[in-house]
Design a binder for this molecule. Sequence first.
Ligand SMILES: [Fe+2]
Ligand SMILES: [Fe+2]
Length: 195
Amino acid sequence: MDIDQKTALKLVKPHLTNKRYIHTVGVMNTAVNLAHRYEVNTNKAKMAAIFHDYAKYRSVEEMREIIQKNGWDERFIQFNNELLHAPAGSYLVEKEIGIKDSEILSAIFWHTTGKANMDPLEKVIFLADYIEPNRNFPGVKEVREQAEVDLDRAVLMALHNTVLFLMSKEEPVFPETLHAYNDLVLEISKQNKKG
Ligand SMILES: [Fe+2]
Ligand SMILES: [Fe+2]
């Protein structure tokens, strides 16, 4: 199903708070910029960005049920309720909005945790969510600067900060987040040896 930007924003708005809607527009603009820079399909980046937080305000029970009935990793449920809206969102966006594109749905699914071997669209959405202009936390400026020159390094910085932050609070780190980190460290060191 093809939806234009205006329609997509209208569809997502009732599912978000005002603050979350402003964040979503920030992610959309950032994702489109990144998509241009790194040769990713800008329309897919736009749709994934607009709907990435679609499930943010669903009940924990509903989101847990979606994860269980799809047979997805139970650790989404065990680790932190903040993780639930990403996989639940990919399911609900397909079912309720009618988006079938597997790349868009996957970018929504992994936008919070990241995963190993992310494709460029997944990286763009993960990073745009982290650096959009309304975000304000220590270290975000450096990641924003890196995002202008090197997509992999910027994603790695975001993962690095996320892992350190969770560890500093003695919170569990989702295994795929660590896989994403390892994957990019190895990939970047390979690129450096070649270059
Ligand atoms: Fe999110
Ligand atoms: Fe978000």
